[in-house]
Design a protein around this ligand. Structure first.
Ligand SMILES: [Cu+2]
Length: 279
C-alpha cells in the first residue's frame, strides 16, 4: 500500500501521540505515595509543600529549556554566519553598551526571578506551623522507631516486612497520622546519621545522633505513602523504609486506642529513660 506524504505525516504524528500518551499513562496509573517503574518525574504531591516543590521544579525546567535553546540558537548563528568562509573579513567591534547592559541585567533578573519563589519555598519548609500532632522518628541501624508523645506516649519499632508489597517499602508497623492535620516530625538518630524522607510529602531531613531535627507535613489525602532512609547508614541502609498511613480523624482515634494497648508492653525506652532522668 502506498501512502501519500500527508498520510505518512499523520501516521507519524499518531505514533508520537500514542508514545507520549503511553509514557504519561504509565505515571498516571502509578499509585500516589510510591515510586512507579520508569518514573522520570517527581512523585505525585500529597502535601501543600510538595505541590510547591513540584511547581518550582516545573518552573525551573521551562526556564532552563528556554535558556539552553537560546544559547544553542546563538551558537548555530555564529557557526553559520561568522565562520572564515562565510565571513572572511571579521568586524573589529569591541564595545556595544546596549548589548553589555542587556547581558548583565537580564541574567540578574532571571536569578532574582528564581530566588524569590526559591526562598519562599525554603521558608515554607522550615517554618513549622502550629502543629496538631507531634510524632518522633528515631533512625536506628536498620529500622525506624516512632513515638507519639501527644497520644498516650506509646512507642513502636517499624521494620521492613519482606512479604509485604510494595517490595522493600512495606513495613510491619506503619506510622499512622490523620488527614489534613499539621504533623510535626521530630527526627533524631540513635546510632549513626540516617535521613527521614517521604517524597509525596516533600520532606527529607537528617536523623543525627544527639540532635533533634524538625520538619512538618500536612497530608491532603488519605492513603499509604512510602519513603526510605536517605543517608547511607550502613549495610542495611536500603532496608529501612518509611511507611505512613494517612487516615480520617475517626480512624486515627481508633488506631490510637488500639496502639496504646498493642505497644504498651513494648518497653517505651524513650519515655522510660526520660522519666528516669527526671527523677
Ligand atoms: Cu539509615
Amino acid at each position: 500500500m502506498k501512502m501519500s506524504k500527508g498520510q505518512v505525516g499523520r501516521r507519524m504524528l499518531g505514533l508520537a501521540v500514542a508514545g507520549v500518551a503511553l509514557a504519561a499513562g504509565g505515571t498516571a496509573f502509578a499509585e500516589l505515595g510510591q515510586p512507579a517503574p520508569w518514573e522520570y518525574k517527581l512523585q505525585g504531591a500529597a502535601s501543600p509543600v510538595m505541590e510547591n516543590i513540584t511547581w518550582f521544579h516545573n518552573f525551573l525546567f521551562v526556564l532552563i529549556t528556554l535558556i539552553t535553546l537560546f544559547v544553542l540558537a546563538l551558537l548555530i548563528i555564529v557557526v553559520v554566519k561568522f565562520n572564515a568562509k562565510a565571513n572572511p573579513v571579521p568586524s573589529r567591534t569591541t564595545h556595544n553598551t546596549l548589548v553589555e547592559v542587556a547581558w548583565t541585567l537580564i541574567p540578574v533578573l532571571i536569578l532574582v526571578g528564581i530566588a524569590v519563589p526559591s526562598f519562599r519555598l525554603l521558608f515554607e519548609e522550615l517554618d513549622v506551623p502550629k502543629a496538631d500532632l507531634t510524632i518522633k522518628a528515631t533512625g536506628k541501624q536498620w529500622y525506624w522507631s516512632y513515638a507519639y508523645p501527644d497520644n498516650g506516649k506509646f512507642e513502636f519499632d517499624s521494620l521492613l516486612a519482606q512479604d509485604k508489597q510494595p517490595r522493600l517499602l512495606g513495613v510491619d508497623n506503619e506510622v499512622v497520622v490523620p488527614v489534613n492535620k499539621v504533623i510535626r516530625v521530630q527526627v533524631t538518630g540513635a546510632d549513626v546519621i540516617h535521613s527521614f524522607a517521604v517524597p509525596a510529602f516533600g520532606i527529607k531531613i537528617d536523623a543525627i545522633p544527639g540532635r533533634l531535627n524538625e520538619t512538618w507535613f500536612k497530608a491532603t489525602t488519605t492513603g499509604m505513602f512510602y519513603g526510605q532512609c536517605s543517608e547511607l547508614c550502613g549495610k542495611d541502609h536500603a532496608f529501612m523504609p518509611i511507611a505512613v498511613r494517612v487516615v480520617s480523624d475517626q480512624d486515627f482515634a481508633a488506631w490510637v486506642e488500639e496502639a496504646k494497648k498493642k505497644f504498651a508492653s513494648a518497653a517505651t525506652s524513650t519515655f522510660a529513660s526520660a522519666a528516669g532522668a527526671a527523677q
